[in-house]
Design a protein around this ligand. Structure first.
Ligand code: ATP
Length: 399
């Protein structure tokens, strides 16, 4: 998804969407003493009190069965609360006809939920057409939205089963954004796609949100996803209580109780590095060689540079644009095939946090993390020892 279409005309086609919207285009959502008891008799949600900020991403995270989806669905009245009040932009949702409410809120679920016999374009246009937006205008807006979520216009005529899982989710997001709703409800939207696509969709949702500033309420089981996406995270606990509601950095740094600490997991210290800037990590000059499949005459010089700078003779192969291709291992007498390129680790991009810096150093076969600029060009290498020193100084600064 890209947010490149900031020029796309926002066309809230229902009056409710406008009414909920605050000045920032989002809307606050408030739960006051909300409970839900299904026929089975056990409360699924018990006296929930929560203020959800406008224009931010709030994540409901927790183990299965603790009431996240029920809470989400009560916002657009897909599920009616047994007691309590939910307001959006100050309006009690129970006073708004359910069909009107649902059309004025985006809803994205796990399997995208696209209509299988309708084309991608028709799927995206559904709510616009229900809201009586003229066909040509709905079509134009839907094509713009396809671009917004990073899909080519040529996909407009395809049917959902002709798309990958990730592409279907993008269409699901486009459909949810069609009426420019102030509130977007997302129920485990990325959990059915593979980890690589999932990470991509997460980053693109963040990019999109920087432009659109919707009030997004996002349900997930995955604490990592919650801390990546959430401005605030509500940790739902067994026993139908919200154990902690705080910014993700605080949840990782100071879980309120054993439940949250266990749920957050043992590597929370490492994950918390996502919230510390990697700016102070020194970048050393990289021993590089232009790689065209053969060793170049200056490789020996590059290897010597790497040895001189305290690195063990590894040389980073780059292409003509100075983008990294992989590593060449140090040459020894017994090494008969030095031309083999060893895949690199993760990259440390300008602006990345300490977590990425440490991961780049630890995942690199050479022990040197590769630093790149916004264009993906190598700017140098980083060492794990420098990252650890930066972590130490962060701790001292806090103390
Ligand atoms: N339609 C329903 N009828 C009866 N009980 C329900 C219904 N929907 C959910 N429940 C029960 O309510 C409780 C909360 O379910 P809910 O789906 O809200 O939890 P969740 O945290 O979203 O779980 P998951 O992560 O597995 O989706 C569970 O015990 C569930 O069995």
């Amino acid at each position: 998804m890209t947010a490149q279409d900031s020029t796309v005309t926002a066309q809230p086609s229902s009056t409710s969407a406008r009414e909920f919207a605050g000045q920032d285009g989002g809307a606050t959502v408030e739960f006051r003493g909300v409970s839900k008891v299904y026929q089975t008799g056990q409360p699924a949600v018990d006296n929930l009190n929560l203020n959800i900020e406008s224009g931010k991403i709030t994540v409901f995270v927790g183990p299965s069965g603790c009431g996240k989806t029920t809470s989400l669905r009560m916002i657009n009245r897909m599920v009616e609360p047994t007691s309590g009040t939910i307001t959006i932009g100050g309006r009690d949702v129970s006073t708004i006809p359910a069909h009107e409410l649902r059309r004025s809120m985006g809803y994205v679920m796990q399997q995208a939920g696209l209509l299988p016999h309708r084309t991608v374009l028709e799927n995206i246009s559904t709510v616009l057409r229900l809201n009586k937006v003229p066909r040509a205008q709905a079509r134009k807006r839907s094509l713009e939205l396809l671009q917004t979520v990073g899909l080519p216009e040529s996909m407009a005529r395809r049917y959902p089963n002709q798309l990958s899982g990730g592409q279907q989710q993008r269409v699901g997001v486009a459909r949810a954004l069609a009426a420019d709703p102030p509130v977007l409800l997302m129920d485990e939207p990325f959990s059915a796609v593979d980890p690589v696509v999932r990470a991509e969709l997460q980053q693109e949702l963040l990019r999109l949100q920087r432009e659109l500033a919707k009030t997004i309420i996002f349900v997930t089981h995955d604490i990592d996803e919650a801390t990546i996406l959430g401005d605030r995270v509500a940790v739902f606990a067994v026993g139908r209580r919200v154990a902690q509601y705080a910014p993700p950095e605080e949840i990782l740094r100071a879980p309120v109780d054993d439940f949250v600490a266990n749920f957050v997991g043992r590597d929370r210290g490492f994950r918390r590095l996502s919230f510390s800037s990697g700016e102070s990590v020194p970048i050393h000059s990289a021993p590089t060689t232009l790689w065209d499949g053969l060793l170049q005459p200056d490789d020996d010089a590059a290897a010597a540079t790497s040895r001189d700078s305290g690195t063990p003779g590894w040389v980073l192969a780059v292409d003509a644009r100075n983008q990294p291709l992989g590593w060449l291992a140090p040459r020894t007498g017994s090494d008969t095939n030095p031309e083999i390129l060893i895949p690199g680790g993760s990259l440390f991009r300008a602006g990345d946090p300490l977590r990425n810096a440490l991961d780049a150093a630890l995942s690199s076969p050479s022990g040197l993390g590769v630093a790149v600029d916004a264009e993906g060009q190598v700017t140098g290498v980083i060492k794990a020892s420098d990252v650890l020193a930066a972590i130490d100084s962060t701790r001292e600064g806090r103390g």
